[in-house]
Design a protein around this ligand. Structure first.
Ligand SMILES: NC(=O)c1ccc[n+]([C@@H]2O[C@H](COP(=O)([O-])OP(=O)(O)OC[C@H]3O[C@@H](n4cnc5c(N)ncnc54)[C@H](O)[C@@H]3O)[C@@H](O)[C@H]2O)c1
Length: 305
């Protein structure tokens, strides 16, 4: 069955270029009314102009879709509030939020100014939270919402020279976990994308051109479209690149229980292989999971099992 977004209103941040542009065009092509947000700055977040957002909105409208351009800076609560107020005035609802805006300020940590650390966290993590916070009461009221956070392999697995970016992208997992728990009863589903694609962000990484050519933004957009559909899962982390799709999980090993007289660094060293064993990995619904695992293990120990 084909998926459409008829009667749905979507806000896509950072939609003037790259992935966001592809997301906005595809959502509109499948029936959504789209707010094309973009600050229009350089890759490091400096500068800004609404022309990038306008170009994409014009493209959508010329193709028979419905879009409005918005130049809000996702880090500015006032501007984001105005963007959502304008969306409500125009279309009366917000069903889908794709947090996609991003910047890069790569440097090895010892050379990185804290200003560059904070700026990257501000756009990716605080900006995503700011936009989500602005639509959250609307989605609760509607009893419908789909929210995407755009993370990165850098946040899940690490990239040299991206301490700021990796920290921001990993922070989104925690944000999603809490919002999944808080949003479920209002039919708000939150998911994370971990993409790699050919955009201005990846143009100078030395990835061979014949590989990069296959890393299309459209391949990422397909996963985004599924994750904001009516039948979307919630709390999924979807890794995607060049037509490859996988689900990532935050897991924990089964571990060991050590009684009080063995809660020593020496015993932990002795048990390290067992503690680290990936044989019986757990994916928990919430933070009570690991506590319950160890409460049961402690009880079994006390019962002599
Ligand atoms: N391209 C990749 O391989 C890749 C990999 C992992 C994650 N990502 C993430 O995907 C998202 C999109 O990146 P892209 O590759 O399309 O890069 P891009 O630079 O082409 O697009 C990012 C857009 O965000 C906009 N933006 C930046 N700061 C903003 C702000 N404060 N407010 C509003 N808009 C702002 C920029 O103007 C730009 O148009 C980013 O979050 C990025 O970190 C991309």
């Amino acid at each position: 069955m084909s998926i459409n977004y008829n009667d749905k209103v979507a806000v896509v941040t950072g939609a003037g270029n790259g992935l966001g542009k592809s997301h906005a065009i595809a959502l509109a092509a499948r029936g959504a009314k789209v707010v094309v947000n973009d600050l229009g700055g350089a890759r490091d977040g400096t500068g800004g102009s609404i022309s990038a957002a306008e170009e994409v909105a014009n493209h959508i409208n010329a193709a028979g879709g419905e879009a409005i351009a918005d130049g809000a800076n996702v880090t500015d609560e006032g501007q984001v509030g105005e963007m959502i107020a304008a969306t409500m005035k125009q279309w009366g609802r917000v069903d889908i939020l794709v947090n996609n805006a991003g910047i890069l300020r790569d440097k090895t940590f010892h050379k990185m100014e804290m200003a560059d650390f904070k700026a990257v966290l501000d756009v990716h993590l605080v900006g995503s939270a700011t936009c989500t916070h602005a639509v959250w009461p609307i989605m609760r009221e509607q009893n419908f919402g789909r929210v995407i956070f755009t993370s990165s392999p850098s946040g899940l697995h690490g990239i040299f020279g991206q301490a700021n970016y990796g920290a921001a992208k990993a922070g989104m997992i925690g944000l999603m976990n809490a919002l999944h728990l808080e949003g479920t009863k209002y039919n708000i589903r939150t998911n994370v994308l971990s993409p790699s694609a050919k955009t201005r962000m990846t143009e100078d990484l030395g990835i061979p051109e014949e590989i990069l050519e296959q890393w299309t933004p459209e391949a990422i957009t397909a996963a985004m479209l599924f994750l904001v559909s009516d039948e979307a899962p919630s709390r999924a982390i979807v890794s995607c690149v060049g037509g490859g799709y996988a689900r990532a999980y935050m897991t924990e090993t089964d571990g060991v229980y050590l009684p009080p007289n063995k809660q020593t660094p020496e015993e932990i060293a002795a048990q390290w292989d067992v503690i680290s064993s990936q044989e019986n990995l757990h994916f928990y619904d919430n933070s009570a999971g690991p506590n319950m695992n160890f409460i049961q293990k402690a009880k079994a120990f006390a019962d002599g099992k």
